[in-house]
Ligand binder design. Structure first.
Ligand code: PGA
Ligand code: ZN
Length: 424
């Protein structure tokens, strides 16, 4: 039974305050969870409650959310069995009482929801992935390493936010981690010798001032080859365009020019024809449903089209996309929706509808590794949690090493099968 719930304000990887929650059970178990925070957040995400008190952390403090945990959300679940995750999440949602979790804050609610799951797993003496996924949890995800950072995550001129390496040809997760990391280091050398800055962006990728988005993909391919791998066969590439950030009044501003959606769709079709691209996330803006439909009809059979800001891990928005035949993959961010149960609902809906799921960190992260366990629990086959550098990113990749070791002979690396539409 849940005996007590505590919360505190801690710092995330960008030096901004965030919520950490501790749950104490009557058997003496204590577990904690910390909440991440985005920069290129979708307009339809659950509400992140910040204090707005300019005298502390420029208004970004989370003492109100902390108080909501201690005074309201915690007391509401005291005495409930920790394994009753769905009932607990329902109580949290009802206690908040708003559609987008804006009263107590989705950051407060998520901290409690995740800490409860971890405490219940510990109390059952199970690793989190096993507790959440049961006996069938066995699939190690392909890590999508964000090795070039642009958009809102860096101070360079690159419009697209993320450039991924996807080591789909590896035999094991551990091998995929090594491959991606080796290419990351080669990429640094390539950027340096071409005269670019090799400072890092928010997610640990390099943030060079490249002249075009295409140049970013060229650098990835060169680095993959120079590290001794075959592009497409061993290591594929991918993008998170985060197009909402450069969309306004029906116009996309890319590389200083104004592009119509048709021009942009042709541009992506050309990229997919010329690079071994397995996945493109948020290629278009979060409310451009017509554009998304055109894009999906044009290239959806050849490449994974992931909805992040578009779906915000929300089963209702995802259902809308499924009904319209828009995108074919769900980005899963626990703090976009705010409870573990709703996150699992979104993933189930995606799977039932033939959509793939990619587990995801946020650009503001902590040492919490829950998403690594979640990826294996649901056999998602894909995870993105930044570059193979910076501890808040590497913490998740390292946790997956431990899970692979724990699974032993039962572990299967998703590899190419994670991207059923990729034929390249
Ligand atoms: P965010 O970026 O965490 O800043 O929203 C990640 C993403 O867009 O996938
Ligand atoms: Zn995104």
């Amino acid at each position: 039974l849940i005996e007590a719930v505590n919360a505190r304000e801690i710092l995330d990887s960008r030096g901004n305050p965030t919520v950490e929650v501790e749950v104490l059970l009557d058997d003496g178990i204590v577990q904690r969870a910390a909440v991440p925070s985005g920069a290129s957040t979708g307009a339809f995400e659950a509400y992140e409650l910040r204090d707005g008190d300019k005298g502390r952390y420029s208004g970004k403090g989370v003492l109100k959310a902390v108080a909501a945990v201690v005074d309201e959300l915690g007391p509401a679940i005291e005495g409930v069995e920790a394994s009753e995750q769905r009932i607990i999440d329902e109580i949290l949602i009802e206690t908040d009482g708003t559609e987008n979790k804006s009263r107590t804050g989705a950051n407060a609610i998520l901290g409690v929801s995740l800490a409860v799951a971890k405490a219940a797993a510990d109390s059952a003496d199970l690793p989190l992935f096993r507790y959440l996924g049961g006996p069938n949890a066995h699939l190690l995800p392909v890590p999508l390493f964000n090795v070039i950072n642009g958009g809102e995550h860096a101070d360079n001129g690159i419009d697209f936010q993320e450039f991924f390496l996807a080591p789909i040809g590896a035999e094991t997760y551990g091998e995929s981690l090594r491959w991606g990391t080796e290419v990351y280091h080669v990429l640094k050398g390539e950027l340096k010798s071409a005269g670019y800055n090799t400072g890092l962006g928010d997610e640990g990728g390099f943030a060079p001032d490249l002249p075009s988005n295409r140049e970013g993909l060229d650098f990835l391919i060169r680095a993959i080859e120079k590290a001794g791998f075959t592009p497409g066969k061993d290591i594929a590439v991918g993008l998170d365009v985060a197009a909402t950030e450069f969309y306004k009044d029906g116009v996309y501003t890319v590389e200083g020019k104004e592009w119509s959606v048709d021009t942009l769709v042709d541009y992506f079709a050309d990229l997919v024809a010329n690079f071994p691209i397995v996945t493109i996330e948020d290629a278009l803006a979060e409310d451009d449903w017509d554009g998304w439909k055109k894009l999906t009809d044009a290239i959806g059979s050849k490449v994974q089209l992931v909805g992040d800001d578009l779906f915000v891990t929300n089963p209702k928005r995802l259902q809308q996309g499924i009904d319209l035949g828009v995108a074919n993959s769900l980005l899963v961010k626990v703090n976009q929706i705010g409870t573990l149960s709703e996150t699992l609902d979104a993933i189930s809906l995606a799977t039932r509808s033939g959509y793939t799921s990619m587990l995801s960190h946020r650009s503001g992260e902590t040492e919490d590794t829950t998403i690594a366990d979640l990826a294996v629990a649901v056999n998602a086959g894909q995870i993105k949690t930044g570059a193979p550098a910076r501890s808040e990113r590497v913490a998740k990749y390292n946790q997956l090493l431990r899970i692979e070791e724990e699974l032993g002979a039962a572990a299967v690396f998703a590899g190419r099968s994670a991207f059923p539409r990729f034929k390249g």
